[in-house]
Structures are given as structure tokens and as C-alpha cells.
Write a protein that binds this ligand. Structure first.
Ligand SMILES: *Cc1c(COP(=O)(O)O)cnc(C)c1O
Length: 373
């Protein structure tokens, strides 16, 4: 059906910036600047600067950033990595496919890792914690840092791999997502907060040894020296130069896009806060700077609300209908997670992106209000 308000709108985005995109594409394609050229180096410099780390490496996807983080840290069979169930399956897949065991814990009311549950999940086998900054809001990195330090003081080194795939630009205590952990992992899938025209990702770190390992792991184990020395087996997981060139163009607009997202979130808040029993994603705590990749509300009679909005021509999505551990093929042991299960029954994401107009937001607000009236 033709929606009046779409959940994402790639054509609208393209229309607005196409001259700039076409100029860059024409130039790079006509000169054959395709694999690991200047645009990648520029993109990495821009990304490190923006996130607040010494290094960044362009990769093929957010999954690659997570997976190669584990590979670079030699985490695999016999090791445990703690993360949440309430995330895109890719976070858990990266752990499983590295050969380690994912240990899933519950989340709090802001959809992020419940740090009070973290300590009890740590065992002598725990090698890393993967906090997921969901929907453009960071995890409580103070609490996480304190727990990690307590174990480090007792002689157990635990790495932190930040899944920041939904949180580029988000901050906690004025520090960027992806700058707290051993590594930070980003995705540039088209619908993400900063999207390229296909698949893309990045890894940030302050550790020169990890940065160097990622350089090898991402491209066939080849050192970028004049002799192209083979140093190890590697993957092919490098960001396309064309995508890097596009991302460099888009980065100029990023702050404005985030500001617009926050404006839309505020408009939803003003419009919807009078609706009884609707829980909105605003959490009073000045340590957080949220970028609202998603605007996720918790709604009574959620499935009926979705149908109502669909009838009104408003496209919404539900992430996620069920916990990841509930798939019948899920191969690891798990504890049922009550908050995660409750969230799966209540959440629905409303449209939010920079090109969305105030009229479309107001139309959506009115449709939600009508449903509950
Ligand atoms: C999108 C996403 C990923 C995976 O990123 P890809 O670029 O699609 O591989 C991982 N974790 C979270 C939380 C995501 O939203």
C-alpha cells in the first residue's frame, strides 16, 4: 500500500542531496577510486575525530566490526561474552560465530542492559561484555566501567565491545558512543542513523595493536606496505571506497540530522505525553545525549494500535516481536528474561528521520490519540 507516512524514505533523502552524491560518484567511478583509497582514510579520520578515539577502521558492516573485535581479542571457544537479548540478532551472532558462548541478560526500562544484573552474570570464563546502545541511547557506562574495574582489580581482565550500531553521535557524560570500550562498533546500513548506499561499518579503538590487527583481518591479512606482505589469514570485510566517499559527504550534515531527530522526538513527547498509559522514550537523566535512531513507545493494545496506524496510512515497525532466545533453533542455554519478554509485547516504533515533516509527525500523533480516545 502507498503510505502517507513511511517508516523510512530513501527516495526523499536521495532527492534532497542527489547533486552532491552524483558529483562524488561520477568523480570516483570515472577515476577508478574503488578499493582502499583516500576516501577511506578521510572517513576513518573523520570517524575517529567525531567518536573521540585515536583510531577508526572502515569495515563492510556492523556485524564485521563486532565479529572482528572478538577475533582481534582472541575470544572464541570456551569463552563467554555477556550481552542482552533485546538487540538485533547480529550482536549475538557475532559472539556465536566467533565460537564463544553468548550469555544474555535482561534490560531496564530504557531498553538497555540492566547493570544491576551484570555482576551476577560474570563467571571466570567471561572475556568480554557487549553493551548495546539501543535506539540511539547509550548504556550506563559509569556503572559498567565500575564493574569491569572491580574484576580487573581482582585479576580478571574483561574487555568491553560496544555495539554502537544504533548510536553514532550519542553521548554519555559528554563522551561519544564507541569511545568507552576496547572497541566501538558502528553500522552504516542505509536505514541507520548515518547510512551509506549499501552495507558499511566501522570499528573505533584507542589501542594501536587492535587497530593494526583489524587492518590485517579486514583485508586478506595483507599489510599495506609497498611489498604487500602477508601477515596472517584474513577476511574480506573492508568498506567500499565509494561508500566511504558518500559517508564523508553525509558527515557534513550529521549534526543537523541529529538535531532534527531530537526535534521530532520532542514533538512526539509534547503531542503524546497526555495519552494515558503510553510510555514514551524520554528518561530524565542529564548524563545522556540521545540521538533517537528509533522512537520506540510502549503501548497498551499494541497490535491493535499498529493495525489502526496501518489503516491511517502510517507505517510502523515492531522490534522485536519475540526474544532472540525463543527461536526453536537457538543453540545456547538461556534464562527467560521477564523485562525483555514484556517489552516484546508492548513496543512499537513510530517514524522518525530528518526528512520527516512536522505535518507528518502531527498526523501520526493525532492518529495515536484517536486510537486511544
Ligand atoms: C544494525 C545492527 C547491527 C548489525 O549491523 P550491520 O551493518 O547490519 O551488520 C548490530 N547490532 C545492532 C544493535 C544493530 O542495530
Amino acid at each position: 500500500m502507498a503510505y502517507k507516512v513511511k517508516f523510512v524514505d530513501y527516495p526523499r533523502h536521495w532527492e534532497k542531496y542527489k547533486e552532491e552524491f552524483m558529483t562524488v560518484l561520477e568523480d570516483r567511478l570515472s577515476r577508478g577510486e574503488l578499493v582502499i583509497r583516500q576516501d577511506i582514510l578521510d572517513f576513518e579520520k573523520n570517524t575517529a575525530e567525531m567518536v573521540g578515539t585515536k583510531y577508526a577502521k572502515g569495515l563492510n558492516s556492523g556485524f564485521d566490526a563486532l565479529h572482528l573485535s572478538l577475533r582481534a581479542l582472541n575470544i572464541g571457544p570456551g569463552d563467554e561474552v555477556i550481552t542482552v537479548d533485546h538487540t538485533f540478532l547480529a550482536s549475538i551472532a557475532a559472539i556465536a560465530l566467533a565460537g564463544a558462548k553468548p550469555v544474555l541478560i535482561d534490560v531496564g526500562n530504557d531498553f538497555n542492559m540492566d547493570m544491576e544484573l551484570l555482576t551476577t552474570a560474570i563467571t571466570p570464563k567471561t572475556k568480554a561484555i557487549m553493551p548495546v546502545h539501543l535506539n540511539g541511547r547509550m548504556c550506563d557506562m559509569d556503572a559498567l566501567g565500575q564493574i569491569v574495574k572491580r574484576f580487573e582489580d581482582k585479576g580478571q581482565k574483561i574487555y568491553v565491545i560496544e555495539d554502537a550500531a544504533q548510536a553514532l553521535g550519542a553521548k554519555f557524560n559528554d563522551k561519544g558512543a564507541g569511545s568507552f570500550g576496547t572497541t566501538g562498533c558502528f553500522s552504516y546500513y542505509p536505514a541507520k542513523i548515518l547510512g551509506c548506499f549499501g552495507e558499511g561499518g566501522a570499528l573505533t579503538t584507542n589501542d594501536p595493536i587492535i587497530d593494526e590487527k583489524i587492518l590485517l583481518l579486514r583485508y586478506h591479512g595483507v599489510l599495506r606496505d609497498p611489498d604487500r606482505t602477508q601477515k596472517m589469514f584474513g577476511y574480506n570485510a573492508v568498506l567500499d571506497n565509494i561508500q566511504a566517499a558518500i559517508l564523508n559527504v553525509k558527515l557534513k550534515y550529521f549534526d543537523r540530522w541529529v538535531a532534527r531527530r531530537r526535534e521530532i522526538a520532542e514533538r512526539y513527547r509534547l503531542g503524546l505525553s497526555s495519552v494515558q498509559n503510553l510510555k514514551l522514550p524520554h528518561f530524565d537523566d542529564s548524563r545522556y545525549f540521545d540521538v533517537y535512531w528509533n522512537y520506540v513507545i510502549r503501548a497498551p493494545r499494541r497490535d491493535e494500535l499498529k493495525q489502526h496506524l496501518e489503516k491511517e496510512g502510517i507505517e510502523t515497525i515492531i522490534k522485536w516481536l519475540t526474544p532472540n532466545y525463543s527461536y526453536d533453533w537457538y543453540p545456547f542455554e538461556f534464562q527467560p528474561l521477564p523485562v525483555t519478554e514484556k517489552i516484546c509485547r508492548e513496543v512499537i516504533s513510530l517514524p522518525i528521520y530528518p526528512e520527516l515533516s512536522d505535518e507528518e509527525v502531527d498526523f501520526t500523533i493525532q492518529a495515536v490519540k484517536n486510537f486511544y480516545a
